[in-house]
Design a protein around this ligand. Structure first.
Ligand code: LLP
Length: 432
């Protein structure tokens, strides 16, 4: 009935999430409210980790792509589960280091890392840079030279895969700002340059083909292309790179029709291709890294709102307005992302109404979802939007000077605040 196993209905007909009554959460913490399930997040971390143990004999590491949901507490959780992380900015790195995340398990991504970010990361001994431009090598090398260390780097490659996903979240194809091109020889040139630098250790290759992908085939194609390139590197330089990072992108269920394959199955299928291909190419199976973001946190978050005014335009559409909007969830406006929702205090009733969920921001594009089936709603009801754990809080803004909502985490049936909600004074914090 629901898109996530963490959702259910209790005896009062209220929606529960991770075993907790969402109506009482809304009463206690107010709305809008992000609610995350620590139990669910930990379960996902373990499933990924176990799959690497099972299908790669433990010769790999899962990096949580922290752009999906970033705050101190998620880094504490992921750290205690033994995962590494992918960070893409000085800000994410600073957050991770603030809770003593083991630096050697941090992979620093980005197509335009600034010299200051590079210096900061080298000084703090991040495990590896995922290099995305030829000139980045020189900057990392000189920062490493100043620190008198050898810095691990890998190169981000464009495998040229179209993963049939939304145009904006497709990153592995040729017309992309990310990565080195294989076909033109750019990638091989980057490899040769990287090998020249005294203070760099080129330890592997990386690719990421997109996000919210439901088929395993694109992952298999990407793995084959990357292994072929590892072989080519071996042939041309005599060096066999140790690591292969296959990126993230595993799709999750937002609406009933989403056919999300359990991610263990992707990992199993891709591992079979990797092992067979390595055999054919006569190279060792590399240390495998994967970078799931959405698949770890996406289904393990919901957003609670209070329903305000309802505008029923006969024969046109019924707008149900909530006390948040694109400021806490810009994904419909950006990608026409699909969501499902329910009236939390009436979750046991039939979802017989078709409504458009609108935010309170001052523009017509501020919608959370069009034509969504929910229970018959009234002003004052609590609306729960599902699968908002990834790329909602992390992409939130203060548009229209709306304070950002708090984030509450649930563990063993107990809720606690892990990010405070902003007050109007917080919104003014940097104004002079
Ligand atoms: N690794 C790299 C290098 C990435 O660029 C990304 C996502 C990931 C891993 C994690 O992908 P995931 O497993 O979460 O699909 N804001 C968009 C998603 C952008 C994804 C960007 N890169 C959204 O809201 O759908």
């Amino acid at each position: 009935m629901f898109v996530s196993d963490s959702l259910a209905v209790n005896g009062q007909g209220h929606l529960t999430f991770s075993g907790v009554d969402t109506v009482s959460l809304a009463e206690k913490y107010g709305t809008p409210l992000y609610v995350m399930s620590e139990d669910g997040i930990r379960k996902n971390c373990r499933a990924f980790k176990n799959a690497v143990d099972e299908y790669y004999g433990g010769n790999g590491l899962i990096l949580y792509a922290s752009k999906a949901f970033c705050c101190k507490e998620i880094y504490r959780i992921v750290k205690s589960e033994g995962l590494g992380i992918d960070v893409v900015s000085g800000g994410e790195l600073f957050t991770a280091l603030s809770v003593s995340f083991p630096a050697e398990k941090i992979y620093f991504h980005g197509n335009n890392k600034t010299p200051d970010e590079i210096k900061y990361a080298v000084e703090n001994r991040v495990g590896c840079f995922v290099v995305d431009h030829i000139d980045e090598l020189e900057i990392i090398n000189s920062a490493a030279e100043k620190e008198n260390i050898t810095q691990n780097v890998m190169l981000r490659i464009k495998p040229g895969i179209d993963a049939h996903t939304h145009e904006f979240i497709k990153t592995g194809q040729i017309d992309s700002k990310f990565g080195f091109l294989l076909e033109s020889g750019e990638a091989m040139q980057a490899v040769k340059n990287a090998l020249e630098y005294k203070n760099l250790n080129l330890c592997g290759l990386h690719c990421h083909i997109g996000s919210q992908i439901f088929e395993e085939q694109p992952f298999e194609f990407a793995a084959k292309i990357m292994l072929g390139f590892l072989k080519q590197i071996k042939n041309e330089t005599g060096i066999e790179l140790e690591k292969l990072n296959l990126g993230g992108g595993f799709g999750i269920k937002y609406v009933e029709g989403d056919m999300a394959i359990p991610f263990e199955n992707y990992i199993q299928k891709v591992s079979e291709v990797v092992k067979a291909e390595c055999k054919t190419l006569d190279i060792a199976v590399p240390f495998i890294l994967m970078e799931p973001g959405r698949a770890i946190v996406g289904s393990e978050g919901i957003t609670l709102y209070t329903i305000g005014f309802i505008k029923d335009i006969p024969n046109v559409r019924k707008f149900v307005s909530v006390d948040g909007g694109i400021s806490d969830n810009p994904r419909y406006a950006l990608y026409q992302a699909e969501y499902s929702a329910a009236v939390a205090n009436k979750a046991g009733e039939d979802a017989c109404d078709v409504v458009t969920i609108a935010g309170k921001c001052c523009e017509s594009g501020d919608l959370i979802q069009k034509d969504c089936h929910i229970q018959k709603a009234q002003t004052g009801d609590i609306l729960a939007v599902f699968s908002t754990g990834a790329y909602n809080y992390s992409m939130s803004s203060n548009y229209n000077r709306l304070p950002k909502p708090p984030v509450v985490m649930i563990k063993n049936g107990e809720a606690r605040e892990v990010v405070k909600g902003e007050k109007y004074e917080d919104v003014l914090r940097n104004d002079l």
